[in-house]
Write a protein that binds this ligand. Structure first.
Ligand SMILES: Cc1cc2nc3c(=O)[nH]c(=O)nc-3n(C[C@H](O)[C@H](O)[C@H](O)COP(=O)(O)OP(=O)(O)OC[C@H]3O[C@@H](n4cnc5c(N)ncnc54)[C@H](O)[C@@H]3O)c2cc1C
Length: 388
């Protein structure tokens, strides 16, 4: 492994990313007295500010949206089983930031490597840091995932990803195809169909299961908690069965179901978009969507991106799909490297607001145990300069 030498601020721990995962981890590190810094390239909770549409509704009910150390309820003016708005989310996260008050720096991490003494070197667009421990909290949804057929569409077809969509005014064509029927696809398709501006609204279905609001009169999330669904771990037999399916198909979707969108608004349901051919998008169920006067909204999810990790670290810690090889967020191949906020990191709800706290606490315990006085950065003290 190559090593670097440098003059940099030293910390027992550096957190990369100030979303719910990074801020929750900071909360638990503060509780344990572990000095650290949180590096954020944009603004805290950037994903919620930059990548949601105006009419976004939460996928989880208000009572489920809790974070460790947060006193303020999510959407306190609304019912506990209601689903909040984007503004509710912004207010909740703003209050969380004030409550935790993480040691935040607005700096983009450009590279992460290893120093001669075994500590980590983090280089940002403003300088560099040495750390005994690095926690990567850059989100499981950091980069839009768009299928390759997008490249085959002619320039006359407008295209955008759900993370770029704001409202129906973004779409200038008479027809629109929403690809993907997870929560994002269904919400956006619903808004486009309900506005009545388009000649045709197509929904290319991806097979996500629709979670009803209630089941036998009981709010679905309450039932899920009672049945222990939130506690299903990745290591359990049920978790091992669910994880690949969720990776492939995405999370269950919130209502309305595609069937209801078809019945109420005349949305044209088609199969998975599979190829571009002679003026149409062919779908796996044999149907075709004409390219004429069409905008495609890709609601096809996201992927992770760890390009800031030096290539030899990436090779050691990521699998062929580019996902971290870890146990509960601990990377045994690279001591001192951790992740928080991964999909199904430990439990079914790890990537959700509800579940991230448990994982952040576990990782804080690992970091606290490692951040001993014998470690290079702890020895040199916080805010000191290392001459490695
Ligand atoms: C469309 C959508 C809807 C969702 N709805 C819900 C919901 O209703 N309920 C729920 O519980 N969960 C929901 N989630 C899941 C989850 O709550 C969010 O994905 C959440 O944003 C994940 O938090 P995070 O901290 O792991 O990552 P993020 O919020 O993505 O935060 C990562 C941070 O890292 C920063 N960063 C990235 N790279 C660098 C770098 N190189 N240097 C410095 N900083 C960097 C980013 O700017 C960002 O601020 C939703 C997710 C999506 C995509």
């Amino acid at each position: 492994m190559p090593h670097t030498t440098n003059h940099a601020e030293a910390y027992p721990a550096v957190i990369i990313g100030a979303g719910q995962a990074g801020v929750a981890l900071s909360y638990f590190l503060q509780q344990r007295g572990v000095a650290h810094v949180v590096l954020e390239k944009d603004r805290p909770f950037a994903d919620w500010h930059n990548h949601r549409w105006d009419s976004f509704a939460m996928n989880t009910p208000n009572w489920v949206n809790v974070l460790p150390g947060q006193q303020q309820a999510f959407a306190p003016h609304a019912g506990r089983n209601d689903y909040g708005t984007l503004r509710d989310a912004w207010e909740f996260f703003e209050a969380y930031l004030s409550a935790v008050h993480p040691p935040l720096r607005i700096e983009e991490v450009e590279s992460v490597g290893v120093n001669r003494d075994g500590s980590w070197q983090v280089t940002t667009n403003h300088g560099s840091y040495n750390a005994d421990n690095i926690a990567i909290c850059t989100g499981h949804a950091s980069r839009p995932k768009i299928p390759p057929i997008a490249n085959d569409l002619p320039p006359s077809v407008d295209q955008l990803h759900s993370s770029e969509y704001r409202n129906p005014a973004d779409i200038q064509t008479a027809n629109v195809l929403v690809v993907g029927s997870g929560s994002s696809g269904v919400q956006i398709c619903h808004e486009l169909a309900a506005c009545g501006r388009f000649d045709a609204v197509y929904l290319s279905q991806s097979g996500n299961f629709t979670l009803p609001w209630t089941f036998l009169g009981i709010p679905t999330y309450s039932l899920m908690r009672c049945l222990g669904v939130f506690k299903i771990t990745r290591e359990s037999w049920l978790g091992a069965m669910m994880f690949p399916k969720l990776q492939q198909h995405g999370d269950p979707a919130t209502p309305p179901s595609p069937g209801r969108l078809a019945r109420k608004y005349g949305v044209r349901r088609v199969g998975r978009a599979s190829a571009v051919d002679r003026g149409v998008i062919r779908c796996l169920d044999g149907q075709a969507v004409p390219l004429q006067n069409l905008t495609v909204v890709w609601c096809t999810g996201f992927q992770t991106s760890y390009t800031f990790l030096d290539v030899y670290i990436r090779e050691a810690v990521l699998n062929d799909a580019g996902l971290p090889i870890h146990e509960r967020g601990v990377v045994s191949a690279s001591p001192g490297l951790y992740f928080v906020g991964l999909r199904f990191q430990h439990t079914f709800v790890s990537q959700d607001i509800y579940g991230v706290g448990q994982d952040a606490e576990y990782i804080a315990e690992q970091i606290a145990a490692r951040a001993t006085s014998s470690s290079p950065c702890a020895r040199s003290g916080t805010h000191s300069t290392l001459h490695a």
